[in-house]
Design a binder for this molecule. Structure first.
Ligand code: FES
Ligand SMILES: [Fe+2]
Length: 440
């Protein structure tokens, strides 16, 4: 249970709110580079409660400015890219990426009105096929080079979905180890069993592994998540290595899940897959992207695959979960640790200090390695693609270009399909504090 006042503090993301001020200290991914094309050079962005437009000008530079033209409030999503910036379609006012008004062609030539007009303009950078934005105070920190964004000899894809709830409950799910056995095990068997029955088929339930112990280590970049399932031991990768929840918003699984707060009640969810290969990686002209489906035509959640199951649980907690009504148990220690961390970091910013994971030293930002298990839940980690073009584990949809690439690589590897994926590099962390719970 969490007092309503603290819940507000942890969850609100708009300008001037404590949580919003913290989140403005981080670069946030907002689009795939491949989304901005000559045919569609702008994208409407909602980020941290602000309405913005991302554009590529006609000289190739990216810009991110307020969505509405300050003249008479037309959306600049319909703007015209020019060499110096974006021109409003209505009366031609021209803005550069800093939000400076460069021209007002309908005003008299001697007018200096444009010098007194400015809109918000924020820095943007590309990395690993994503566009990142920074909405905080200058000077902007370095854009963190987390490993998957910069690995060489890797192939990549991006998935997107807009989730209708606050970002914190999405993050809390990543500190909730036991939901895997229930939601993705027991419940999943129930749903897939019903679907098979409707088709007149027999469904073989997949085995569900009960959690014996969960553990969470605070470390330099966030929280490392560990587990032992019944029959496992401390020697297993699931305990010895674990995987990271990078503060504030990224679960660093083999497919990273990045949670970008659009506003208090919407989260841009990004699935970022980078797969290092054991063979030369073919160049990708661009990193392809796919919209992740989670809602059926009747508006119900699609719960027959892992991500759809998660999304159902995130969103049905409510737009902002009423945490004063919850009853937390021993299995919720990770969630409590994340809330403490979030609160501490908000308070750091309130005191005028820099929060964790803000990088200013280029030497520490060449590549930021993160730990990942090689064997997870008893099987070798795999981001392979099945015959249906979906990922074999979790049945997550893939971008068609990425699925085709993996199929081609498998053929080149003469059928030794799994050997094409390189194991994750070994990464050690220094634990600053550990909490555990014995559950069996
Ligand atoms: S509304 Fe944009 S120039 Fe008039
Ligand atoms: Fe999950």
């Amino acid at each position: 249970m969490l007092a309503t006042e603290l819940n507000e503090k942890l969850t609100r993301v708009g300008p001037g709110t404590p949580g919003g001020e913290l989140l403005r200290r981080y670069w946030q991914p907002i689009a795939a580079v491949a989304e901005l094309t000559r045919g569609k050079p702008t994208k409407k962005i909602r980020l941290l409660g602000e309405d913005l437009v991302l554009y590529r000008d006609s000289s190739g530079k990216l810009g991110l400015i307020e969505e509405r033209c300050p003249h008479r409030r037309v959306s600049m999503v319909y703007g015209i890219p020019e060499p110096e910036g974006l021109r409003c379609p209505y009366h031609g006012w021209l803005f550069d990426g800093k939000g400076t008004c460069l021209e007002q062609p309908a005003e008299p030539p001697e007018s200096t009105f444009k010098d007194r007009v400015k809109v918000a303009g924020y820095p943007v950078q590309e990395l690993g096929g994503l566009v990142f934005a920074y909405l905080g105070p200058e000077p902007a920190p370095l854009l963190p080079r987390y490993d998957a964004f910069v690995w060489d000899n890797a192939i990549r894809q991006i998935g997107f979905a807009v989730i209708p709830c606050n970002w914190v409950q999405v993050m809390e799910n990543s500190l909730d180890g036991t939901h895997v056995e229930w939601l993705h095990g027991y419940y999943s068997n129930y749903i897939l069993g019903k679907e098979a029955e409707e088709r007149g088929q027999v469904y073989n339930p997949k085995p569900v592994r009960h959690h014996a112990r969960i553990g969470f280590d605070l470390f330099e970049h966030g929280i490392l998540k560990r587990r032992i399932e019944v029959g496992g031991s401390e020697e297993d990768d699931d305990w010895r290595i674990g995987h990271a929840v990078v503060f504030p918003g990224m679960l660093a699984n083999p497919t990273a899940q990045i949670r970008v707060p659009m506003d208090d009640t919407h989260t841009l969810h990004i699935w970022y897959t980078a797969t290092q290969l054991n063979m030369p990686a073919p160049p990708q002209e661009y990193v392809p992207y796919v919209q992740m489906p989670w809602q059926a035509e009747d508006g119900e959640f699609i719960t027959n695959f892992v991500d759809g199951q998660d999304i159902m649980c995130w969103a049905t907690q409510g737009e902002i979960a009423d945490r004063h009504l919850e009853k937390l148990g021993a299995s919720d220690v990770g969630i409590i640790l994340f809330r403490q961390l979030l609160k501490e970091q908000i308070e750091r910013v309130e005191r005028g200090e820099e929060p964790m994971n803000v990088f200013r030293d280029p030497a520490k930002n060449q590549i930021i390695p993160l730990p990942r298990e090689r064997v997870h839940h008893g099987r070798v980690r795999d981001v392979g693609i099945g015959k249906d073009g979906r990922q074999r584990i979790g049945s997550r949809p893939s971008a068609p270009e990425y699925a085709a690439l993996v199929r081609d690589l498998r053929e080149q590897a003469n059928g030794h399909g799994d050997d094409i994926f390189a194991p994750f590099p070994r990464v050690e962390i220094e634990s600053l504090k550990q909490v555990t719970a014995n559950l069996a």
